[in-house]
Design a protein around this ligand. Structure first.
Ligand code: COA
Length: 374
């Protein structure tokens, strides 16, 4: 029996706090004109003190589940693609699992920088097709504002915060995720990196003083690489899915830079109107950029069920990739189901209490075990 992986739910979460190019010009030596003409970005959202990659990711996830008419307990697997995880470990995915009360889910983070969301979709789709799982939550979430060097005008203007999530579900109906392309070239690892804070260069007073725990980038090299791989990955993924470039209804590219997207469109000989672009309002939100753009296009009716959509991205690593899908939307329900999580406030209290309950029971267990040993 054939199994297909369909995208059946989607949601986003973006901090309310907006930083315009004019605001940026108040803290670094730049202008609105320079940023717009080089990147196409006009503003970005910046996380507030209480917000984090896990909190934004959890909000987006709950919205996606609501669209799919699924509850957190229905999820078998959570993959969080992120370039700004809360910690090296535990994974941000486990923190999201606890925040949304996904009691039956495995969870892990996927590190492939801005290409992460594409690879996560492919991993979830593979697990669904093999019959290993039925329902997956794929999240791209970022608080990159915590990792940019606010004294480096060439990088801090580019990035923004936000999260997006998809629910993927198994179905015997054909469609959903059709093909994928995943590539990497680690010889370009130094072109875009956070040099310190890992095992190679652990955080020290010197690394902090040298600002090595912030994003460092060779903008020109990354630009050249990106324009080359975007078109190639799109061609490859379309070929794998057995349709033609002209059959694509929508391309949702990684939202890094308008000029990169324009160059890719030209190389592919596709009109720019067929690209979903919203980077003007969000900047580069890394793994969150593709779901943020997709959800906008689905919500305003551009992307319709049955449409052929290509997600294509690139990023640090270097990494790049693409996924071709036939857009689905929520699957018909076997039986009518009232989404209990509409009682949002109460559900939130319940999952917080559940999390605290687990902590307390571990504490009690520890005391009991401690006494037994002594
Ligand atoms: N405001 C004003 N001037 C700036 C500036 C800013 N925010 N940032 C850099 N400049 C200056 C530089 O200092 C340099 O000045 P100089 O000629 O006097 O030395 C000049 O602008 C040109 O710098 P350069 O780095 O060559 O600019 P660029 O045309 O390559 O544009 C980027 C810079 C970052 C916009 C561009 O390289 C880019 O978008 N690269 C891709 C980055 C990307 O997408 N990364 C994420 C991948 S997931």
């Amino acid at each position: 029996m054939n199994r297909f992986a369909h995208i059946t739910g989607w949601g986003t979460s973006v901090p309310a706090n907006v930083m315009t190019n004019a605001d940026m010009a108040n803290i670094i030596d730049t202008t609105d004109e320079w940023i717009r003409s080089r990147t196409g970005i006009a503003q970005r959202h910046i996380a507030e003190a209480g917000q984090s990659s896990a909190s934004l990711g959890a909000e987006a996830a709950l919205k996606a589940l609501k669209v799919a008419n699924k509850g957190p307990h229905d999820i078998d697997l959570i993959i969080v693609a992120t370039s700004s995880p809360e910690h090296i470990f535990p994974s941000t995915a486990s923190l999201v699992q606890d925040r949304i009360g996904a009691t039956h889910a495995g969870a892990f983070d996927l590190s492939a920088a801005c290409t992460g969301f594409i690879i996560a979709i492919n991993m979830a789709a593979q697990a669904i097709r093999t019959g290993s799982i039925d329902t997956a939550l794929v999240i791209g979430t970022e608080t990159l504002s915590r990792l940019v060097d606010w004294e480096d005008r060439a990088t801090c203007i580019l990035f923004g915060d936000g999260a997006g999530a998809f629910v993927l579900q198994a179905s015997q109906e054909s469609g959903g995720v059709l093909s994928a392309v995943m590539r990497s070239d680690g010889s370009g690892g130094d072109l875009l990196s956070i040099p310190a804070g890992g095992s190679k260069l652990p955080t020290s007073a010197k690394t902090v003083q040298d600002r090595q725990h912030f994003i460092q980038m060779n903008g020109r090299e990354v630009f050249r690489f990106a324009t080359r791989v975007m078109a190639q990955a799109t061609e490859d993924v379309v070929h794998k899915a057995n349709f033609a470039l002209s059959d694509i209804n929508w391309v949702v590219p990684h939202q890094a830079n308008l000029r990169i997207i324009e160059t890719a469109a030209k190389r592919l000989k596709l009109p720019l109107e067929r690209f979903v672009i919203n980077l003007e309002r969000y900047g580069n939100t890394s793994t969150a950029s593709i779901p943020l753009a997709t959800v906008e296009a689905v919500t305003d009716g551009r992307i319709q069920p049955g449409d052929r959509v290509v997600f294509v991205g690139f990023g640090a690593g270097l990494t790049w990739g693409a996924v071709a899908v036939q857009w689905t939307g929520p699957l018909p329900l076997d039986k009518p189901k009232v989404w209990p999580y509409r009682l949002h406030g109460l559900y939130r209290i319940y999952i917080k209490l559940r999390s605290w309950g687990l902590k307390v029971s571990r504490l009690i267990e520890g005391v009991v075990w401690g006494r037994r040993r002594s």
